[in-house]
Design a protein around this ligand. Structure first.
Ligand code: PMP
Ligand code: GLN
Length: 380
């Protein structure tokens, strides 16, 4: 049988590769982004209660009504945006599915999609498998800031979408008001869509405010914004997230969503609706993770890994050039096998694979784990 791959250059995602290597070598896994502490007990209790009460059949295609209503309230309180729970919110199987569905709903063969690299690893294959042409805009260490005039020069008549991500995985940078305004200006009067990946909206530090596209009417009218409860409530394995978009875009999104997953986990959706009633459940996360970030920096003092900066997310980038000149994929493997701490090489987030000698470490871990990891990393 003759068969050509639709994704000939795509291998297994780095998160699977590094977590498997960490397990194989018994290394502390600071590679794939997930917490090693439990999801809130009250939330798990609510899920169990809804399961036992019989909420176990298909939820409505767009998601449970009460959850969508809570999310509309949250968008209004946090970002002063009016989002209609009936026509502008869809609950998804994590942000990954929301991103894939958004791209599939709008990208046709030949459409260009501007990606800001280093970019989360699902964006590029999602564009490619739909026949789109990725147009990578490269950010560099140590600042990883977007020059919007430069990015604007990449726009062509075929540009259909620009993907942004704030707070940004893997760099830990956060877009500011000026960034969003520049993007608003750049796209004004065009039919370019914005896919805004905001899964780390509640992990933002030092008093910064999350700049959601929802705050900017000129952006919101052309945006699909994606979110992840897994990131917010420490349960990445539940795979529940959502997408917000104006009705005219959400209608197209749902045409794909209904034949992609149709609907997602019912008892988890009911539980989340109850849990979100108290905004402290998510508003407290900035302090919680900021403390972890600061603790991690403390245990890394004296290490030859040089910290860059973390304004948001639960990732910290470190420059390893004082230790080794080898490529980051080799270095990350050796960290796992020889020093017992698994990391993500940042080159995997660039389509040309180039590297600034930087690795990413995840600090969503207990203090005990961070302390043990710090001791191993200081010995490098
Ligand atoms: N976007 C970014 C930037 C991420 O880091 C992740 C990883 N969780 C996702 C999307 C996917 O989120 P989910 O696990 O909810 O699919
Ligand atoms: N978002 C997580 C990370 O960046 C992992 C998600 C995944 O494993 N696909 O590490």
């Amino acid at each position: 049988m003759q068969r050509t791959s639709k994704l000939p250059n795509v291998g297994t995602t780095i998160f699977t590769v590094m977590s498997a290597l960490a397990n194989e070598h018994g290394a502390i896994n600071l590679s794939q982004g997930f917490p090693n502490f439990p999801s809130p007990e009250r939330l798990s209790d609510l899920v169990c209660q809804y399961m036992k009460k019989g909420y176990n059949q298909y939820a409505p295609m767009a998601g449970v009504q009460s959850l969508r209503e809570r999310l509309a309230e949250k968008a209004e309180q946090l970002y002063r945006a009016k989002v209609d729970p009936d026509s502008e919110i869809t609950i998804t199987a994590g942000a990954t599915q929301a991103i894939f569905t958004a791209i599939t709903a709008f990208i046709r063969p030949g459409d260009e999609v501007i990606l800001i690299e280093p970019a989360y690893d699902s964006y590029l294959p999602s564009v490619l498998v739909n026949g789109g042409t990725p147009a990578p805009y490269r950010l560099s260490a140590p600042d990883y800031r977007v020059d919007w005039d430069e990015l604007g020069q990449m726009v062509t008549p075929r540009t259909r979408m620009i993907i942004i991500n704030t707070p940004h995985n893997p760099t830990g940078t956060v877009l500011k008001t000026e960034d969003l305004k520049a993007l608003e200006k750049l796209t004004a009067g065009t039919d370019i869509l914005v896919l805004s990946d905001e899964v780390y909206e509640h992990l933002i530090y030092d008093g910064r405010e999350h700049q959601s596209v929802l705050r900017y009417p000129g952006l919101w009218e052309r945006s699909l914004a994606t979110y992840s409860f897994g990131k917010t409530f420490h349960n990445t394995g539940w795979k529940v997230g959502y997408c917000l978009a104006p009705a005219h875009l959400m209608a197209e999104f749902r045409k794909v969503h209904q034949f992609n997953v149709f609907t997602v986990n019912t008892p988890v959706q009911y539980a989340l609706a109850d849990y979100l009633a108290d905004p402290e459940t998510y508003l407290s996360l900035n302090d919680f993770f900021q403390q972890k970030r600061d603790f991690f920096l403390e245990v890394m003092q004296g290490s030859h890994l040089r910290p860059l900066r973390c304004e948001g997310t639960y990732f910290y980038l470190f420059d390893y050039s004082a230790i080794s000149g080898e490529p980051d994929t080799e270095f990350a493997k050796r960290m796992t096998t020889e020093w017992g701490v698994a990391a993500i090489p940042v080159s995997v987030f660039y389509s040309n694979g180039s590297s600034d000698k930087v690795i990413r470490l995840c600090f969503a871990k207990t203090e005990e784990t961070l302390e043990r990891a710090g001791a191993l990393l200081r010995s490098m």
